[in-house]
Design a protein around this ligand. Structure first.
Ligand code: 13P
Length: 251
């Protein structure tokens, strides 16, 4: 059966020292309270190696929040998937709406990044989701379908089986507004059906689809109770070990 996952996305927060302290706190809490799901910390690049070295890899996975769309070479300021792999991280968050909105990441670019992440035996946590105007116009199904089709549907069924999806409605990110459990279930079921139409029911049923957007200890349980919601991608609430654990403990 597919894996339940709670992944933190620290975004651009925490100095190296603060980040290592937070990762160690999460690690200690999980040592004392074995989680019923996979737990991942999505840190800035500069934290990856140190966090990966410090945490118990059986308990805590480590994710980059991005990687380059090129293999290597003269791309000042970029970090390749191979470099991420060499830190000991196992995951890469791709296509976050902040990357799409502020750094011009298109589905075509994300297709390249996905291929490089998979080629380096890392797991993509691939983000999709609509903005408010698209939701209000009833276009959210078409938007997520297009994001998936254009960036991921070139993959073989075997490679698609290595992808984790994260549905993050942009209107719920950092706004305190959460999709209702019914809204989350409706679109997660649609996403799974989209995968089933392309790759068959088995691959679709094995794919973890996370929810992201103002997920917190107080609403995680009702979100995760939905049959097609397999965990969460957590921003703000992943920056405090206790809050993050409150969400993990929803499983
Ligand atoms: P918040 O949990 O802060 O709304 O952020 C969600 C998110 O963007 C995770 O990637």
């Amino acid at each position: 059966m597919r894996q339940n996952i709670v992944a933190g996305n620290w975004k651009m927060n925490n100095t190296l020292e603060e980040g290592v302290t937070l990762a160690n706190e999460v690690n200690e809490i999980l040592k004392a309270n074995k989680p019923n799901c996979k737990v991942v910390l999505g840190t800035p690049f500069i934290h990856l190696a140190e966090v990966a070295k410090n945490v118990d890899c059986e308990l805590v996975g480590v994710a980059a929040q991005n990687c380059a769309d090129k293999v290597s070479g003269a791309y000042t300021g970029e970090t390749s998937a191979a470099m991420v792999k060499s830190t000991g991280a196992q995951y890469v968050i791709l296509g976050h709406s902040e990357r799409r909105a502020y750094y011009g990441e298109t589905n075509a670019i994300l297709k390249e990044k996905t291929d490089l992440v998979l080629a380096n035996e890392l797991t993509p946590i691939f983000c999709i989701g609509e903005v408010l105007e698209e939701r209000e116009a009833g276009k959210h199904f078409d938007v997520v379908k297009e994001q998936i089709e254009e960036a991921l549907f070139h993959l073989s069924a075997e490679d698609f089986g290595k992808v984790v999806l994260a549905y993050e409605p942009v209107w719920a990110i950092g706004t305190g507004k959460t999709a209702s459990p019914e809204q989350a279930q409706e679109i997660h079921a649609f996403i799974r059906q989209t995968l089933a139409n392309k790759y068959g029911a088995e691959v679709a049923n094995e794919t973890s689809i996370l929810y992201g957007g103002s997920c917190k200890p107080s609403n995680a349980k009702e979100l995760f109770a939905n049959p097609d919601v397999d965990g969460g991608l957590i921003g703000g609430a992943s920056l405090k070990a206790e809050d993050f654990h409150g969400i993990i403990a929803a499983f």
